[in-house]
Design a binder for this molecule. Structure first.
Ligand code: SAH
Length: 467
């Protein structure tokens, strides 16, 4: 299998610095399934070509059970196209041999690594389920000029027709990093048969390598689906992280359930008291830049906007629909510039580490934690308290002890059908204590709503302060 990358800048031999492989010799890397060699068939001042040739050991593949899917097809295990075509094996070889270049770093030529360069990649044999049309749909939106020649099934027997393999040339002015990550992600997508087990870290790899371009790609769903080998929960995870392609039906359901919860709590207009308490807590700590995580339809955001102390307000939610409703209710489009500059809505999930959340004075998490599955709650804890790490975190959650006081709530049920749990006061305090111990925060607790001597208040609030 052969991939070549040609740089036609000046001096061409800078490609060696960019790939961290000197043009003057052959570099060989041992891989689990064979070997990859990098060498330069051409290295002049005007043009330089690096070649990555990959040898795959089909016997080794069988031994390591990495061969093509479909056990029991014994001959195919030994005789298959893998040694000759661009597949996820080539992606692994690219990542191993051009690791530093893929991360966009260059010790000697950083400015060049950061610049779009005249590059051309040629891949000798690309298996393509979906034909030339798919090749174009994948590469052209990324700015490549693509030429593809479909290879005959057998040169000696032209009457057998064409194969599903293409010789592909891609040309563009892109950063080398972009070219490599595009190939890394898209070659297995074209092949649609990944050789190794697809696990959760594949989602992370896809998002990391697709960071700069996948979100805006018109075929992002097909890319995620095929890259993650059609494993629905992984694909959903990835899309949710990219931009939250949530089922609209699920959103509508959530909305209806929010109304139900409001009905149950209405008698004491608990929602208003909750927001009042949270705003007071934020004022009390002098927070200026505030995140509202799981902002829902933006009730807290609206109150924050009224107080100029809050100079920067960001609402985040995993539900697109909630964000749309929030934008409408806040009249985001009609706000005067001064106000508009203070507030933004972002889509994201609390259970994924997110750079955008770093550096805030305070974060509020109002009636959100009880919506998390317990294993996800652990992820959320790290995202918020370990990585985002605001000075203050204000969080509220129902106090389940109080539920017996709600006339319209059947005994033993939770306030919202989407709640995964509702905690007693001591459960909430134990959770908070473990957060403090693990992440270096101190917590104090305040009741929200009318207090019952035995049962406490309907909502419980914790204010965490970073030590
Ligand atoms: N804080 C708002 C909304 C509470 S309802 C209020 O008090 O009115 C819970 C909200 O959390 C919903 O809008 C839901 O979409 C959001 N949510 C649930 N899990 C989330 C997650 N993992 N990341 C971001 N938002 C989430």
């Amino acid at each position: 299998m052969l991939l070549t990358i040609t740089y036609s800048g000046h001096p061409g031999t800078d490609l060696g610095y960019l790939l961290h492989k000197s043009p003057s010799r052959i570099h060989t890397v041992e891989l689990a399934f064979g070997r990859a060699h990098v060498f330069y068939p051409e290295a002049t001042a005007n043009r330089c070509t690096a070649a990555l040739a990959m040898e795959i050991d089909p016997i080794g593949l069988v031994r390591n059970r990495r061969g093509p899917s479909g056990e029991g097809r014994s001959l195919e295990q030994y005789v298959n196209d893998r040694p000759y075509t661009a597949s996820s094996f080539l992606s692994v070889a690219i990542a191993r041999t051009f690791n530093t270049a893929m991360s966009g770093k260059s010790k000697e030529r950083q400015a060049l690594a950061d610049s779009p360069l005249p590059l051309e990649a040629h891949i000798a044999v690309v298996p393509c389920r979906g034909g030339e049309g798919l090749l174009r749909k994948l590469f052209e939106p990324l700015g490549y000029e693509l030429s593809a020649a479909q290879l005959p099934l057998d040169e000696k027997f032209p009457e057998w027709g064409a194969s599903r393999y293409f010789a592909v040339t891609l040309k563009a002015r892109v950063r080398l990093k972009d070219l490599l990550t595009h190939l890394y992600v898209l070659l297995p997508v074209l092949d649609d048969d990944k050789h190794y087990w697809v696990g959760d870290d594949e989602v992370e790899k896809l998002l990391r390598h697709g960071e700069d371009w996948l979100q805006g790609h018109p075929e992002r769903e097909l890319i995620a689906r095929r890259y993650l080998r059609h494993q629905k929960h992984l694909v959903n995870d990835a899309l949710e992280q990219l931009l939250g392609e949530e089922e609209p039906a699920a959103d509508e359901l959530a909305e209806a359930r929010t109304r139900e919860e409001e009905q149950i709590e209405r008698t004491i207009s608990l929602a208003d008291q909750r927001i009042g308490a949270v705003v007071a807590a934020l004022r009390g700590v002098g927070a200026k830049r505030v995140l509202d995580l799981g902002c829902g339809e933006g009730r807290l955001l609206r109150e924050l906007l009224k107080d100029r102390q809050f100079a920067e307000i960001v609402g985040m939610d995993v539900s697109h629909r909630s964000l749309e409703i929030a934008a409408r209710k806040l009249r985001m489009d009609d706000l005067p510039t001064m106000q508009k500059d203070r507030i933004s809505l972002i889509h994201g999930s609390l259970t994924y580490r997110d750079k955008r959340l770093a550096g805030y004075d305070a974060a509020t998490v109002v009636e959100v934690i009880e919506h998390q599955d317990p294993p996800r709650l652990a992820a959320f804890e790290r995202v918020l308290f370990e990585f985002a790490r605001p000075q203050t975190v204000v969080t509220t959650t129902p106090n389940v002890e109080y539920n017996v006081k709600f006339e319209t709530l059947a005994a033993g049920s939770m306030r919202h059908r989407d709640h995964r749990f509702e905690w007693t006061r001591s459960e909430f305090q134990a959770w908070a204590a473990s957060i403090c111990a693990r992440f270096g925060y101190a917590a104090r607790f305040l009741p929200i709503g009318p207090e019952d001597a035995a049962l406490g208040s309907p909502t419980q609030m914790a204010i965490f302060t970073r030590a």
